[in-house]
Design a protein around this ligand. Structure first.
Ligand code: ZN
Length: 268
């Protein structure tokens, strides 16, 4: 078991490292796969031994070997959190002897990777990358259909994953679409409405409601902290996708315990 989890963590580190590259190159419009990584400051090619997730950053003391410029903390943080979430997914869903859990695990690893890339890209650029979002939407739809197919015989349409996913996507999209249209994209951008489609697809109905409530709650708390810390003013814009992604991840993995806890508050 522990070996499996270590493999998941290392896989997560590697994917996290790749996601950093994807986010960087989507902005600079470089070739994602075939180009060697280079330092954004001095453009020197980064050698493989300087490109080992986490370890290289620590050995190099977070600086480029050549120009000694600081490497953004974003790189090791994204790697670490991708590794941590991958480990969690392996622990929660993966059973080596059961092929169906392989499919579920693959689904979650993929969705989480897409969500992390969207989180980081929007954080840096205040924009949701369509080149990540739409493949993620496709991924969610295909896997929902696979999960439904695997237990055909259950003919009630309302019990299907895809029904709950599409309903949730529609509600979430309309909610953000109205916010965005009513405010002429001041409160919320159209990109957030498109991201809401993905949020609905991966959480389903009614879990999507928790994802939305959590994202507004986390957004409000972070916003207040930033204003108190004088990093932002009342009117400044903060990217919303990171909060939507956080709300989605929490609702996706912890819906049952959170709702159980909430309901227990009203039981005396
Ligand atoms: Zn450099």
């Amino acid at each position: 078991m522990i070996t499996t989890l270590i493999i998941f963590f290392i896989l997560g580190l590697a994917i996290g490292s790749f996601l950093n590259v994807v986010v960087y190159r989507l902005k600079t419009a470089e070739n994602i796969v075939w180009e060697r990584s280079h330092c954004p400051h001095c453009k020197k090619i980064i050698r493989w031994y300087d490109n080992i997730p986490l370890i290289s950053f620590i050995l190099l003391k977070f600086r480029c070997r050549y120009c000694k410029q600081k490497i953004s903390l974003q790189y090791p943080l994204v790697e670490f959190f991708t590794g941590a979430i991958f480990t969690f997914i392996g622990w929660r869903y993966f059973v080596a002897a059961d092929p169906m859990t392989w499919v579920a695990t693959l689904y979650y690893l993929g969705i989480v990777s897409f969500l992390i890339a969207i989180f980081v890209y929007d954080w840096l650029n205040m924009e949701i990358p369509g080149l990540v979002l739409w493949p993620a939407v496709g991924w969610a739809i295909v896997f929902n259909l696979i999960f439904d197919y695997s237990k055909l015989g259950n003919t009630n349409v309302f019990d299907l994953h895809i029904y709950s996913a599409v309903l949730a996507a529609l509600v979430a999209f309309l909610f953000f679409f109205i916010l965005s249209a009513a405010s002429r994209e001041k409160w919320m951008g159209m990109g957030d409405a498109f991201l809401a489609i993905l949020v609905g697809l991966v959480t389903g109905w009614p879990q999507v409601l928790l994802a939305l409530i959590l994202s507004f709650f986390i957004g409000a708390v972070v916003g207040i902290i930033l204003i108190l810390a004088k990093k932002k003013k009342m009117k400044s814009q903060i990217p919303f996708a990171p909060f939507l992604v956080l709300g989605t991840l929490i609702a996706m993995f912890f819906y049952v315990p959170i709702v159980g806890w909430y309901l227990s508050l009203f039981r005396f």
